[in-house]
Design a protein. Sequence first.
Length: 285
Amino acid sequence: DRMSLMEHANVLPLTAVAWSSNFGSCPKNFTLISITEDGAAANFTRGFAMKSGYYLCFSKDLKGGVVVSDIQIISDKDSIPHGYSYITEYLDPKTTVSKKKRVIVRTSPLASVETAVLDIKLTAKSKMLLQHYTYVGDINGYVLWCRKGPFSTPVPKAKPRSVSLDLCGLSLDEPSAPPRLPLQHRNVPATQPQSRLSHRRHTLQVRDFLETSGDSSVQAITALDGVPFSLHPDFDLQANDTALQLNSQLGNIRIKTVKDIENEYNYTFAVEESAAKRIRPSVST
C-alpha cells in the first residue's frame, strides 16, 4: 500500500522494548502499553488484587544511536538466536511472572539499516487481525503485533547563538543588523593623526599592512619604530671640537687582509699530531 509506505516514512523507529511493573517504574522516555487494541487490560500478571503488574513498554529515543530491527517471541527451552537479546526489565522486587516464553529483540546501528520496527501492539483475542501489522506470537494469552518499514530521523535544529558586539568582527556569519559604529576594511588600518607618528613609522605601517594578509594576527612593528635616530655627541664631527683628534685615531687603524690574519695566527698542530702518532708501549704478560 502506497499510503502505508508514506505513513511509515514519517514515523520514528523503536529504539528499545522492555517490561515494566507500572507507570511509576516505567522510565520517562518509554511508553507503557496498558490497554490492548480490543479494549482489554494489557497486564500480563493476572490475579486478584495485584498491586504490581507486568506490562510491555517501548521507547523511540534516538540518543543511543540504535534501533530495533526485529522482534520475536521464543520459548524458554529454545536457544536465543545470534544478534538477539532479551528485553530489559523495569520491575518491582516483589513481582513474580511466568517466563515460559520470552520476548527478544535485535538492535542495529541507526546508520546501518533502512527499515526497522516502527510500532508494537497487543490484542487479547487471537482471531483479531490488525491491518499493516505482522503477527509476532502469543504470550500469556496476548498476541503481539509489530509494524516494520522505512523510517525517518528528525533533523537536528541549530540552537540560537547570542554573539556580543565585541565578537561580531570575529564571526564568519554576516551580521543580521548593522552595528552602531561604521565598519572599516580589515586589511587596512585605521588612519591616525600624522603628527603623532614619525615619517619612518608611518611608512613602515602602510608597507607592512599591504604585504601582510588579512588573516595574519602579527604585524611587522617593533619597539624601535617611532624613535628618532641621532648620533651620540662624542661621534658628531660638526658639533664636537675633537674632530681632528678623532680623525687621527681613525687613521691609525690598520686594516688586515685574510693573508695577514692567517700568517699572524697560524698554528700547525704539530705537537698534537706527533702525540697522536706515538705507539703505546706494550706490557708483556
